[in-house]
Design a protein around this ligand. Structure first.
Ligand code: UVW
Length: 470
């Protein structure tokens, strides 16, 4: 256990279990509703009736490929380990082939506007329902110097300063999921089931306490071991916090991710008419990814950083588009995205993709995926797992545990791919140098990121010598 966090006071699962689960789910839904200005959160958590389904699904997950132990028992980086010097060089090569005058850069972070998609105007910052857009405000500006509440510094310089004054959800905009972000109860060799993170770290490590010498004023939600879940925050001097001590986002931040990026514009491939957006709730399958690559004339290579465009984030920012996020309180969230199949997971594992990104909330389709046992799960797993009489499984975020917990893949969500996609469509170049590092926040389950793409624009990057500039 690393020494920056003390685990004496880790999450006590027995005490936590005594908090009524229905109460938690109900409160979470209310929390979601509050967080998004009066709109009910779609059902994303289960209750007792789902125990059987949960067991089946986690048995399936345990049969899917994993990278546990591949980079050692103490690995916290997962597939980012694949990004070595060779991968950075492959990325650089895509740019250098364009010659000196054709290099263009794109940053892929969606701006923080503080606007909610639940307002009258259907534009804003798209966030997963338990989260809310973040609003900043000035701490000091010209007004303070005008009214004398601030003095210029010696020499006359004045400055403005600002801070977020609502909660800044670390996964509330373009962000990397840390490997500690999700986990599941995994069947173990001794016949018991244990909640485990990527590489077998116990789930208790997600609630590792850190104590601070100096108090800082802040606000805190209720203690999960003593009070029901609520979004009410109490003012308090902050002297301790809890967070993951294994697979937290600082690992990805310190490693950085640099390599050959590839855009798969599935929206453009599947929808002929502008603005080329997939329909709400539409699946992106493995076949779609392969067909898109084919049509784009690009070969997916091992260890590529793969970015998938669905058009979903663009829809959130389009005042004329149909609302697919939280438009109707009784409707579940409907976002296009990747849909689970065993073949897809195995393809991602075999291709050793280090980072998988998309312009939607969760890379995968939200909220509920319908998994067809016969079609989406292969014979080997069907033989190993007892599905009872179930022909379909309705699972929320099935790919998160399959990719993050099993394989250690870094997911990059809520990307803004609009300009990059337009450039790629214009010049037919879908490969580039991708470089990113999330904010280095100790013990965080995810963090904002602003990936930068460097692309040889305007000249087809056929392998070989750089094009002339004529
Ligand atoms: C969840 O899966 C809860 O969040 P995200 O989509 O941000 O990874």
């Amino acid at each position: 256990m690393d020494d920056r966090a003390d685990t004496d006071d880790i999450f006590d699962s027995n005490r936590a279990a005594s908090i009524n689960r229905r109460e938690f789910v109900r409160a979470w839904s209310i929390a979601g509703a509050l967080a998004v200005s009066g709109v009910t959160m779609p059902t994303v958590a289960g209750d007792e009736s789902d125990d059987d389904l949960n067991e089946i699904w986690t048995n399936v997950l345990a049969e899917l490929p994993d990278n546990w132990g591949k980079w050692g028992d103490d690995d916290e980086l997962g597939t980012l380990n694949y990004l070595d010097s060779e991968q950075a060089f492959r990325g650089l090569q895509t740019v250098l082939r364009g010659g000196p005058t054709r290099i263009e850069t794109f940053s892929l972070q969606l701006s923080y506007t503080g606007e909610s998609v639940a307002g009258d105007e259907p534009t804003g910052d798209p966030v997963f329902p338990t989260r809310q857009p973040a609003r900043r405000d000035n701490v000091v500006d010209h007004r303070h110097y005008q009214n004398g509440s601030a003095e210029p510094l010696q020499g006359g310089m004045r400055f403005s300063d600002d801070a977020f004054i609502t909660r800044l959800f670390l996964q509330g905009s373009t962000q990397y999921d840390a490997l500690a972000h999700v986990w599941y109860e995994r069947p173990t060799d001794d016949g018991t089931r244990r909640p485990l993170l990527y590489n077998g770290y116990p789930a208790e490590t997600t609630a590792t306490k850190k104590e601070y010498d100096v108090d800082i004023p802040g606000v805190r939600p209720p203690n999960p071991l003593e009070e029901p879940f609520s979004t009410d925050l109490k003012e308090e001097a902050i002297t301790k916090t809890w967070g993951p001590s294994k697979g937290d986002i600082s690992n990805a931040a310190e490693a950085g991710s640099v390599g050959r990026g590839v855009l798969l514009d599935v929206g453009r491939h599947k929808v002929d008419d502008p603005p080329h957006r997939l329909a709400p709730g539409e699946c992106v399958t493995l076949e779609d990814l392969k067909a898109t690559a084919d049509v784009q004339g690009i070969e997916l290579e091992k260890r590529d950083i793969v970015l998938i465009r669905t058009g979903s984030v663009e829809r959130a920012r389009d005042p004329n588009a149909e609302k697919t996020w939280l438009g109707d309180p009784d409707e579940p969230l409907r976002e296009p995205g990747l849909c689970f199949s065993q073949d897809l997971v195995e393809f991602i594992a075999e291709m050793e993709f280090p980072v998988l990104g998309a312009d939607n909330l969760a890379v995968e389709k939200l909220t509920t995926a319908e998994i067809d046992v016969e079609e989406d799960i292969n014979a080997d797993v069907r033989e190993a797992v007892d599905f009872g009489s179930r022909e379909t499984l309705e699972i929320v975020n099935p790919l998160h545990p399959a990719l993050i917990t099993n394989l250690g893949v870094t997911l990059c969500e809520i990307l803004d791919l609009q300009e990059l996609a337009a450039s790629c469509a214009e010049d037919g170049i879908y490969e580039f140098l991708y470089a990113a590092s999330p904010l280095n926040i100790e013990n965080a389950a995810g963090a904002p990121v602003n990936p930068v793409v460097v692309k040889a624009t305007g000249a087809r990057c056929d392998k070989g010598s750089p094009p002339s500039d004529e």
